[in-house]
Design a protein around this ligand. Structure first.
Ligand code: GDP
Length: 481
């Protein structure tokens, strides 16, 4: 950092307006204080109130986290089956299970952190096979990783049907003032049952605040849904007066890639993206069988970049046009995707023919993994590095429905051009759409209102509060704007 800092004539605010604390060991996690040199200035600032709440959460994590007497007592209670909330230490916990692809897991981590802050719980994340290889510790003086000796047997296998699921506890009416639970499992998968989604509406009149241990499983971003619960609205408004940048701010606080991943990010950036006049990200996620390349997706990408003037057209190759003069504007295109064919096709187009406006277009793809492999250490590291690289571009085109794209976009504070997921192998019209905000989409929201909980009637929850709307790429999803 010192070297970089000396190079930079501008004094940059490495602590991001108070979001980050000084004093962490810089060697063990270079990205925490270095990322400011690679990213654009923050376009949204944290409020003093949010910063106060972060400091409170850090103090809670330290006071109750792994290694403390309070944690030992809490895990002993869980192990021996003691029910109800503990009144001695005043520590309660939210355990986040590791679930699905990396984009899903990152959205889940940011969401769970927000939920932990709202409900005064200590956040502990199940490391799965890779979490510790991907991210540095976010909280000073403690760990957010769930200890390996966590005493709840079979917790990773908890599912919607578990006796302890919020839905089943509610169906059994074990929610009254005197009900006590050893733990409760929140199943917030996008396709969870209505009864389980009632957990989104839990408040002080309900029972979760009387449960010391809550285990959560979600595959996506739930922040927009938390804004629908009247119990949280005021607090969320104080933390985030601007609703369009919740993930952006939370992720800059919480998520810092480990040195191994950060090395991959910075080496690629410095080699292929840094010196260009402009950077365009194209994130390609094709939801087809076998992840094989398909022509209509390439057509869609080119239709989108042409419609939105993100990439120049090319001159007919037989025209004999002179090459562009030296010093022409350069554009670096970062392509990410499991397959390399799209990248190769676009690159070949700009090799065989001159660009119509003289721009020099270079095209780069960090990896081509071909198939998705869950919880594979190297693939997860590459995927994370690529999400960060996408976030360092100036403009971005993403694939609808993809949490990978949501993360790349929102990390960078970029408002994406989203390619709508094609139906019937045809290029949709329009091929892409400028998003309303940088925020990720919550893909499986409830369709009832917390005040009425009329679960057998479907309600358009994209109309309830002004800053939560239907997503651009998924009409039944919700996003913050
Ligand atoms: P989603 O399925 O698009 O919502 O995104 P996820 O990140 O949740 O899951 C897809 C997984 O497939 C990623 O975590 C990666 O393991 C892999 N993957 C998909 N696209 C890419 C890519 O462009 N680059 C790399 N390295 N991996 C990818």
């Amino acid at each position: 950092v010192a070297g970089l800092a000396a190079e930079s004539s501008k004094k940059l605010d490495v602590l991001l307006g108070g979001l980050l604390l000084p004093g962490f060991d810089e060697q063990s996690c270079a990205s925490r204080y270095q990322s400011v040199y690679y990213r654009k200035n923050m376009t949204r600032s944290p409020t003093p109130y949010l910063i106060d709440q972060l400091r409170r959460q850090e103090a809670l994590q330290r006071r109750c986290g792994p290694g403390t007497d309070a944690y030992r007592r809490a895990s002993d209670r869980l192990k021996s089956g003691v029910k109800g909330v503990d009144t001695v230490d005043g520590c309660s916990y939210l355990v986040l299970l590791s679930y699905r692809g990396l984009g899903n897991r990152i959205l889940a981590a940011a969401s769970a952190f927000l939920y932990a802050m709202l409900t005064g719980r200590v956040l502990l994340v199940d490391r799965g096979k890779t979490m510790g290889d991907l991210f540095c510790e976010p909280f000073p003086g403690t760990t957010w990783l769930l200890p390996l000796d966590f005493p709840l047997q079979g917790y990773r296998d908890l599912g919607e049907d578990a006796a302890e699921s919020y839905g089943n506890v509610t169906l059994r009416n074990e929610t009254g003032g005197s009900s006590e639970h050893r733990f409760v499992y929140m199943h917030l998968d996008h396709a969870a049952s209505v009864e389980n989604k009632l957990a989104y509406c839990d408040d002080h009149r309900q029972f979760l605040h009387r449960v010391q241990w809550v285990v959560m499983r979600t595959d996506g971003y739930i922040a927009p849904i938390l804004f629908l619960n009247p119990a949280y609205q005021q607090e969320l408004h104080r933390m985030f007066p601007r609703k369009d940048s919740v993930f952006y701010i939370v992720s800059r606080y919480l998520l810092h890639p480990t040195n191994d991943v950060w090395g991959m990010v910075t080496r690629f950036y410095d080699s292929y993206l840094k010196s260009a006049d402009e950077r365009l990200g194209i994130q390609i996620r094709v939801f087809v069988k076998d992840d094989k390349p398909v022509q209509h997706i390439l057509d869609q990408i080119l239709a989108c970049t042409s419609q939105e003037r993100l990439l120049p057209g090319v001159l007919p190759s037989a025209g004999g046009a002179p090459p562009p003069p030296a010093g022409a504007r350069s554009k670096a295109v970062l392509v990410t995707g499991l397959d390399g064919w799209y990248h190769d096709s676009i690159r070949e187009m700009y090799w065989r023919s001159a660009s119509a406006n003289g721009e020099v277009v270079s095209v780069h793809q960090p990896s081509r993994e071909e198939h998705q492999r869950m919880f594979h250490r190297m693939q997860d590291m590459k995927a994370l590095a690529e999400m960060y690289l996408l976030s360092m571009t100036d403009k971005i085109v993403t694939s609808g429905w993809s949490t990978f794209g949501y993360v790349g976009t929102a990390l960078g504070g970029l408002t994406p051009y989203i390619m709508i997921k094609p139906e019937d192998e045809e290029v949709p019209d329009p091929p892409c759409r400028r998003a309303m905000s940088m925020e990720p989409c919550a893909q499986g929201p409830p369709y009832f209102e917390c005040t009425r909980k009329e679960v057998d009637k479907l309600l358009d929850t994209g109309n309830l509060v002004p800053h939560v709307r239907a997503c651009e790429d998924m009409s039944w999803g919700l996003k913050l704007i």
